[in-house]
Design a protein. Structure first.
Length: 479
């Protein structure tokens, strides 16, 4: 939308007595104040609906002709004119006018110039209210299909990287403290699951929005004998909306879309945070190439994970768009209110942001090189196999877990005092705490042995990860 800095300094009460806008016809004598040129038009952003608007208009024209509301000759002229308009927009020769306010009137005006009076018959039995709701649903539906493919490609990249690192040991964390050893592949597959839920959330929303508002007209339906089932089917909807008031005033589909986008962006942000941590010199778990890092203007040694940081930062814009739309909708009575023009810009911005963030994450995953030695060394720290020690006491010595937990805590305390790893304690050290401990205990104190023992369903054992990778390919990439 045009910047507010372009507004005039003329008093807001001043009237413009020139001819009224042709959009409103005979009801208005005076032209809107100049400030309305700043606040009212939506063509600057809703022109991206052009393809959906033309598609909806073609379906409406076909239905009007089938119902004998317009002649077949007029219908043919309308369809031909709409094809010409779509070509002009695609080729960049179409002249958009802010005076005509929105994409609907811009297309209608151009159609009138191309086919004459027939264009004036196209709006029979519909309103811009049901027109924009239909366009918006079609646009979001198309966008969900694009996002689904993007998310699938990101999952594929994560699965491939997991396959390369299915048995690569690394420390697992809780509270960002070393907890237990896991495999890098297992860690990556956690994000595959998150993205899978994101895809189903978008698809659930797509199924719910797939009811056609066209034919609801302004709010009350129409007296013309239209066939809403015909237009609904032609546009790929499951059915027409059941209530005309709800049909033009519903924006649940936009709220659901932004909610799903926000959750998805949070998952991307969490992954980006891991990349920021893992590429730091303190972790050094992974490396990124020049393609996804930047340097410093003053510190020549720096390699900054800016792509990941920007994904993390842009999440706020997507969540902010959801919040903006919820606040805008919360106080609106039925049916359509012009406030609802404000539903599009934040959603468009959020969508573009999400597209970029998914692409950036996919690129980073494909660029990641695992630093095996750093991961393995880190998995030895923080007494990460303490739980394995406790489990061994239960499994081999038949000690109740709570008692085993206490014994293990004493072992950890001793290792802290001696400033050594658990596996570096002597057998005598261990027997002084629990006399029944044997030399077999050392088999479970190695991180590599620890991960191999986690064979429960969903666990981190390498053979589990291999199986999970195969299943994930079938679930997410081949469906």
């Amino acid at each position: 939308m045009t910047s507010r800095s372009n507004q005039t300094n003329k008093p807001l009460h001043k009237k413009n007595k020139s001819k009224s806008s042709s959009i409103w016809g005979g009801r208005f004598e005076g032209k809107p104040h100049e400030i309305m040129d700043q606040i009212n038009p939506s063509i600057d952003f809703d022109k991206r609906f052009f393809r959906q608007d033309i598609k909806g208009s073609k379906a409406h024209a076909e239905m009007l002709s089938a119902q004998k509301i317009i002649t077949e000759s007029d219908k043919d002229k309308i369809i031909h004119g709409l094809d010409q308009i779509e070509k002009e927009i695609d080729e960049g020769t179409f002249k958009f006018s802010r005076e005509l306010e929105d994409i609907h009137m811009n297309i209608e005006a151009r159609l009138a110039a191309l086919v004459g009076d027939a264009a004036g018959r196209l709006h029979t039995g519909r309103s811009r209210n049901d027109q924009v709701a239909t366009d918006f649903k079609l646009w979001i539906r198309d966008t969900i299909d694009i996002l689904d493919k993007q998310l699938m490609h990101l999952q594929a990249a994560l699965i491939d990287l997991a396959d390369q690192n299915f048995n690569q040991v690394m420390p697992g964390f809780t509270h960002l403290q070393v907890a237990q050893p896991v495999t890098f592949g297992h860690h990556l597959l956690a994000y595959v699951e998150m993205l899978g839920r994101d895809r189903t959330r978008f698809q659930d929303g797509r199924a719910r929005l797939n009811e056609c508002p066209l034919g609801s007209a302004a709010l009350a339906g129409t007296s013309f004998p239209i066939d809403r089932n015909m237009t609904s089917k032609a546009l790929g909807f499951d059915r027409p909306t059941a209530n005309s008031l709800d049909g033009v005033s519903d924006r649940d589909f936009a709220l659901e879309f932004l909610s799903s986008a926000s959750i998805c962006s949070i998952h991307l942000s969490r992954f980006a945070e891991e990349v920021v941590n893992w590429t730091s010199s303190q972790f050094n778990f992974i490396s990124l190439s020049d393609a996804f890092t930047t340097g410093s203007s003053i510190m020549p040694q720096k390699r900054n994970p800016d792509a990941a940081e920007l994904v993390r930062g842009k999440t706020g814009r997507i969540i902010g768009a959801l919040n903006a739309l919820m606040v805008m909708m919360k106080g609106l009575p039925l049916a359509f209110c012009k406030d609802m023009q404000e539903d599009k810009e934040p959603l468009f911005d959020a969508t573009e942001t999400l597209h970029v963030c998914i692409a950036a994450c996919t690129g980073m995953v494909q660029d990641i090189e695992a630093n095996s030695s750093s991961m393995e060394n880190a998995s030895e720290l923080g007494f990460s196999t303490a739980t394995d020690l406790a489990d061994w006491l239960v499994r081999v010595l038949n000690i109740p877990f709570r008692q085993a937990h206490h014994i293990t805590g004493c072992v950890v305390k001793l290792a802290e005092q001696k400033k050594c790893l658990l596996k570096e304690l002597t057998l005598d050290d261990l027997k002084n705490i629990e006399p029944k401990i044997t030399n077999d205990i050392y088999a479970v104190l190695e991180p590599s042995k620890s991960i191999s023992s986690r064979r429960s369903y969903g666990g981190t054992a390498p053979q589990n990860v291999k199986t999970a990778i195969s299943v994930a390919r079938q679930r997410f990439l081949e469906s």
